[in-house]
Design a binder for this molecule. Sequence first.
Ligand SMILES: [Zn+2]
Length: 123
Amino acid sequence: MNPEIIEKIKQDLLAKKSQLTKELADFTDLDEHGKNNRVAQMPDYGSESDENAQEVEQYTTNLAADKVLEKTLNDINQALKSIDDGDYGKCKYCGNEIEEKRLLIRPFSSSCVACKTKLQNGN
Ligand SMILES: [Zn+2]
């Protein structure tokens, strides 16, 4: 792959990473028991039962969002690591190069379209 494109992708990944980290900080706290993990916050709207219900609802939303964001962050970190290792853009299943077009749209893809399609059909 063209080193200039990889450099551009790396900048995109770093920007996305800091954006996601900021978003996470809005509704999660650092998990003191885990490493580099965050836990969703339990909001405090009040002690009435409808307020408690809202808290639980918001907490559930936070939990789901936390999961998605952390997974994406993880993918981004993997992609950044593979850039540093010099093996960025290879499919983790077949080892072939991932289509450049795909990487530009979704720079933290770790599998090629063919493998991804196969996996989705298999499930
Ligand atoms: Zn593949």
